[in-house]
Design a protein around this ligand. Structure first.
Ligand SMILES: [Zn+2]
Length: 511
């Protein structure tokens, strides 16, 4: 039998946890993940968004890393945010000096806590480590810094020693101490044991990693054990399996226990910004921010959702700044297809609906998502309604390898030829810019999302490009497959804009 928590008497009800704060370490621990390097501009943009999302503490980087990193931290402190801005520091006085050079409000002072880290990594003795830690805390406090002391590898440390070390830090004036499950090793029981011991000493933070898939659970257990500051990152990026994802802790606390933390409505934009700038995409099934988190495809679920939004959702998507999506694919049913057609103001008979559903399923059977454009094309074919295409792509030339990449485009708009050229960050971007500009008289459309999947391997791979364009509240998704990514992108975009133009005409005619 698993004796979870060992009948521990010291847990508090999470609902009673008041004032749980967040420390975001996307810019430090998050950036330490393989393959991520953020420019000063990117870090400043993310920091500003974190501040907008009401994150309490932002660990902006590690000042000892180098001059470039210090410039970045300085950029963040210059923003004059509401959040407390800190730098990570090793247990070395020079690290604290370098952090102060960047005008930070505070430091996250990391000192070794486990035998492995004390003797093998840092090469000191347990006694010396305690004395040095106390001296460094005093030094930092004398210079007016907010100080949090992190006992590195604390989850694997001897608990008595960790207690002694953290007590010395608090006695020397540290504002708080932090339980660090540095390698994501701890079970919830172990987390409870260590955090409740530390929180008896003074204000305690918790820093959990997801190597066992327990990062959120351990963060929640930490709060139940008395911790009141949670370290984590946006989207859970970080070393190895990552840090705890702050948005997951935030929604679990809000939904499960009515405890408010960060501004939840800001979560999705923040997730997209970080995914974009770090190049680490969001897994479709990721909690809260994954593409599928509020998407319903199966007939049963779609039908249920149309009857009651909450049927297959724990909380409404708007809560985290998102929208619900009903997707069409092999699991589609009549209710879902009818609702989608309704959204596009298409009316069909019962028989036609049956035929449309079966064709939608056929496309779905091939493993494809059925986009708005696919559905409309099918519906037009089945109902025999002829649609007048207003925009057609005649020709496209894109040149890369020149600076800046350039594209020229020729369109047929209402029977007239229109040409335009534009530049961009790459050939696709240049071609898309050329198309949007060429049609700017007809429509003020914005690109909502752009997604590419390679279906086959190799440099001649067939790619599927999915483009979602919007005009006001109206959105249209179109996907195209081709081995020419620029061609597929522009064809999809032009078709989306053609659909939007047609619909805006219809709205004007209806008025
Ligand atoms: Zn960490």
């Amino acid at each position: 039998m698993i004796d979870l928590f060992g009948g521990h008497p010291e847990t508090n009800s999470l609902s009673d946890a008041s004032d749980v704060q967040f420390l975001d370490t996307t810019l430090r621990d998050g950036e330490q993940a393989p393959g991520i390097s953020l420019t000063p501009d990117e870090k400043a943009r993310i920091a500003r968004k974190l501040d907008d999302a009401a994150i309490d503490v932002i660990e902006a980087g590690s000042a000892c890393t180098g001059a470039g990193e210090r410039e970045t931290i300085q950029r963040v402190t210059d923003l004059d945010l509401d959040a407390t801005v800190t730098s990570f520091c090793r247990g070395i006085q020079n690290d604290i000096d370098l952090a102060m050079d960047c005008d930070v409000d505070g430091i996250n002072l990391v000192v070794p806590a486990s035998d492995k880290h004390v003797t093998e990594k840092v090469g000191t003795t347990p006694e010396e480590n305690v004395a040095t830690t106390a001296d460094l805390v005093e030094y930092a406090k004398d210079h007016g810094l907010w100080v949090e002391v992190i006992g590195e590898d604390g989850s694997r440390a001897d608990l008595e020693y960790l207690e002694e070390l953290m007590a010395a830090a608090l006695a020397a004036g540290a504002d708080r101490v932090c339980y660090a499950d540095t390698v994501g090793h701890a079970t919830p029981d172990r987390t409870l044991e260590v955090v409740s011991t530390l929180s008896d000493l003074g204000p305690t933070s918790t820093h959990t990693h997801d190597d066992l898939g327990l990062a959120v659970t351990n963060a929640l257990v930490s709060i139940a054990a008395g911790a009141d500051l949670v370290h984590g990152t946006v989207n859970g990026i970080g070393e190895r399996a990552g840090n705890v994802a702050l948005e997951e802790v935030a929604i679990a606390l809000d939904h499960g226990y009515g405890v408010e933390t960060m501004n939840l409505e800001a979560v999705y934009e923040l997730a997209q910004l970080v995914a974009n700038k770090t190049g680490i995409p969001l897994a479709p099934n990721k909690a809260v921010v994954g593409q599928n988190a509020f998407t319903h495809e199966s007939g049963i679920h779609t039908d249920g959702t149309l009857k009651d939004d909450a049927m297959y959702e724990p909380y409404p998507p708007e809560k985290v700044g998102r929208k619900r999506r009903l997707a069409l694919g092999k699991h589609a049913g009549r209710a879902g297809v009818e609702a989608a057609l309704d959204e596009h103001d298409m009316e069909v008979t019962d028989d036609q609906l049956g035929e449309i559903v079966s064709r939608v399923k056929k496309i779905g059977d091939r493993g494809k998502r059925v986009t708005d454009a696919d559905l409309l094309r099918i519906a037009e074919e089945v109902s025999g309604s002829d649609r007048e295409q207003r925009v057609e792509l005649l020709d496209l030339t894109a040149v890369s390898g020149v600076s800046p990449p350039t594209a020229s485009i020729r369109l047929d708009v209402d029977g007239e030829t229109r040409e335009n050229a534009a530049t961009g960050s790459g050939p696709v971007d240049a071609a898309m810019n050329a198309a949007v500009e060429a049609l700017s008289h007809e429509i003020d459309a914005a690109l909502e999302s752009y997604h590419v999947d390679a279906i086959t391997g190799g440099t001649d791979a067939i790619v599927t490009v999915e483009v979602e364009m919007s005009r006001g509240d109206d959105t249209v998704a179109v996907s195209k497959s081709d081995s020419d990514i620029t061609g597929a992108s522009v064809t999809a975009m032009v078709e989306a804009m053609d659909r939007l133009i047609e619909r805006s005409d219809r709205v004007i005619a209806d008025d």
